[in-house]
Design a protein around this ligand. Sequence first.
Ligand SMILES: [Zn+2]
Length: 296
Amino acid sequence: MIRFPIKLNELSDRIEQHKPGWLRRAADRTRMIREEGRYDETSSIWSEVKAVYMRLQGNECAYCERTLEPETYGLVEWDVEHFRPKGRISAWDPPDGLSLLGVAPVPVPASNAGYYRLAYHPFNYCACCKPCNSSLKGARFPVEEAYCLDGESPRRMVADEHPYLIYPLGSVDVDPETLIEFHGLSPRAKKRRRWSRRRALVVIAFFRLDDASGRKNLFRERARLLQVVYPQLVKESDQAMSAQERRRATELLSRFTADDSAHANCVRSFVRLFRSNPDRARLLTEATEAWFLTVS
Ligand SMILES: [Zn+2]
């Protein structure tokens, strides 16, 4: 995961520009939902702004960092995901290994209400792929402190609830890249501090980001990228290369590490490793190639 920087007013402007009047209609709906005290609509309007989030994220899934087709033909591949579920919240049981490390979500509320007040909050949406949203996340939202179902400020709710999942848009939450990095093809927790570490481990387990068999395609894509990036790193650092060749390598590396490039966290981690320990990066590349040649 990486962060996609944007301020709320800028996001609102983009929404208004894409769908004039949407924010007003969303505010009207929120008023009615608030009066009801739960989300109970028979129709919704958030898919009308799906493309705004896809563009903001460089057509990259907010959770697994795969890139999908942009809006011309790709809308159907994407979900507008409610980060905090608008209706009833489903329980998520951590794997045994995480329980032993202190991951212990509080029981989900018995109420059907969910985060009804955030059903139309621009900072409660992100665009993500169907495996991440429909197969893995659904209405699950584990927290460590307490559910604040009446909350209306996602930023404040991070402190009050201690959600395990990380919201990647704007500066509502911590930058995911400060908590999660990659070692070759595999994500891992970056910090040793307990809460930061638990969050990273939950995100990795929740979205199966380290499941080389269940999410084989993720691993394949990361492996292909590292095999393309490694020669450019070698070229960039080789004094025997012409200035023009080295500059070209730097340009390509900038492209592969940009926010709108697939698996940017993985590639950036690898680039950092190469620049601090090129021998280790070479060994990892050899291991990646060996895996790529044998995976079916
Ligand atoms: Zn995804």
